[in-house]
Write a protein that binds this ligand. Structure first.
Ligand code: CBY
Length: 433
């Protein structure tokens, strides 16, 4: 009797410690599913007619269990229109890759995207953009964008059987400081997408030549080890915003994990705890965490069967109303500094309403003293991205950017999301990555 009990307990323990934890069960349960619905609604309500449609959002909604078919169809139509209109000129390679994945996840054909009487082949377009990225590496030592986007490119070309040599792709994604570190910090996001891309190469299409297979194994082993190195005691991997992608990467590479390396459930519960705190209120953040909550990955897009989707996500048309009461004021100091050539370093103290984001502080300060604190930004999928301050522009080929800091520590959110607090020392510093 005692023996059977011990054997049963040992069996349970082994199951728990198995690579990926109880991976079968590493998805939200019925009680937790309102949290997932909450994120889905946030993403849906964020869709705004004046902003370009966001492929990451459709991709995430397609990977969820619950669906609102009309809204997903609507998003697909808008994405197709945007693809046909803007793709050639203004998309970066990673944006094309995300469009391809979103189209595939919607059971639509990325090679024949039609809207307003025109048709475009997104796979061919990505093949071309990918070549331009590779040429930029030859001429400038850097891709046109970054290795996160190159990894998305390999992933999308692999999923769609596009023109791509696995040997070249495996050389491209090999271990290298310059590829996987940003500002001296290991980029878990980049590594995670590079793992997904290479697991795709290993598991799709023809068996790989032995040498290439070995190279990919070595790459993935290195990346998985580096990702695990960034695991915190609460289960977060890198920071909370890279955790979703890291979960996807670790769950497709369970054969590279040793027992006890990672508990998927531990990470999942930490993530779930953060949802009610508003940590994923940025729709991009929600879109990158959602697949992992449903135990899905970007490698699943080819397996979705759209005709089987339930239409079970009703939405009210009234959006949540913003609060109306006037908040008290707080005081912060704000510094702009050229940390590369040390040509300027200026500070100012201002008051803003409590609950303001850094972007608001920057606007207030710019109005006060434009000669010192003027700035320019572009609208990225994550929100405003600061491209220049006082006329000094960030340059990808020089690996320079405007870094955001609080009390000397880099922020893990952008200027449009980070809520400032009383007495804080904020800084925007020209830096290299
Ligand atoms: N997407 C991309 O090309 C972005 C890839 C990414 C690795 C991305 C993070 C990861 C992701 N999951 O989406 C990335 N960031 C990159 C590559 C970069 C560099 C961009 C330049 C280039 N070579 O393309 C760079 C300059 C190093 C960078 N990120 C800067 C910043 C800061 C932006 C400040 C500004 N000027 O406005 C900032 C705010 C860090 C800082 N303290 O200055 C920053 N990034 C952050 C915080 C983030 C996270 C956003 C999290 C959030 N809630 O807002 C991020 C998810 C992300 C977006 N960056 Co970058 C990383 C994280 O913290 N986990 C492809 C496209 C098609 O979608």
């Amino acid at each position: 009797m005692m023996r059977t009990l011990v054997a049963m307990l040992a069996g349970l323990l082994l199951l728990y410690l198995a690579p990926g934890g109880l991976c079968q069960g590493c998805a939200v349960n019925k009680d937790e599913s309102p949290l997932v619905r909450d994120l889905q609604k946030k993403m849906i309500y964020s869709v705004n007619a004046s902003a370009p449609p966001n492929p990451s959002i459709l991709l995430a909604l397609r990977l969820a269990q619950d669906h609102n078919r009309r809204i997903e169809q609507d998003m697909l139509n808008k994405l197709s229109q945007d693809g046909v209109q803007r793709a050639v000129a203004s998309f970066s390679s990673g944006q094309v890759a995300l469009h391809i994945l979103a189209q595939q996840a919607s059971c639509s054909k990325p090679r024949r995207v039609s809207a307003n009487g025109s048709t475009i082949n997104l796979v061919r377009l990505l093949e071309q953009k990918f070549q331009v990225e590779l040429q930029n590496i030859v001429s400038h030592g850097n891709p046109l964008t970054n290795f996160y986007q190159l990894s998305l490119d390999v992933l999308a070309l692999c999923q769609l059987n596009g023109r791509l040599s696995p040997a070249r792709a495996s050389a491209l994604l090999s271990p290298d400081h310059k590829k996987y570190y940003l500002s001296g910090q290991f980029s878990v996001d980049t590594a995670a997408v590079a793992v997904l891309a290479q697991i795709c190469l290993q598991t799709r299409g023809q068996p790989l030549p032995l040498k290439v297979d070995k190279k990919i194994r070595q790459n993935v082993q290195w990346l998985v080890k580096k990702i695990l190195n960034e695991k915190r005691s609460d289960g977060v991997i890198g920071n909370i915003y890279s955790t979703g992608l890291a979960m996807q990467a670790l769950s497709v590479s369970s054969s590279y994990l040793k027992p006890g390396d990672w508990s998927c459930l531990h990470t999942l519960h930490t993530v779930l705890d953060k949802i009610p705190q508003g940590t994923f209120k940025n729709p991009m953040a929600a879109s990158q965490i959602l697949p992992s909550l449903e135990n899905r990955t970007y490698l699943d897009v080819s397996k979705l069967n759209c005709s089987m989707d339930p239409d079970n996500l009703p939405l009210s048309t009234t959006r949540p109303a913003p609060p109306t009461s006037r908040p008290p004021s707080i005081r912060v100091t704000y510094t702009v500094a050229d940390g590369v050539n040390n040509t300027f370093n200026d500070s100012i103290s201002v008051t803003v309403p409590q609950g303001s984001v850094l972007f608001k502080v920057m606007e207030v300060v710019q109005d006060k003293d434009p000669s010192k604190f003027s700035f320019k930004y572009t609208q990225s999928s994550w929100g405003p991205y600061i491209i220049s301050v006082r006329g000094l522009q960030a340059d990808n080929n020089q690996r320079t950017y405007w870094q955001l800091l609080s009390n000397g520590i880099p922020l893990s959110q952008g200027a449009g999301d980070y809520v400032v607090y009383n007495g804080e020392r904020l800084e925007v510093r020209f830096s290299t990555y």
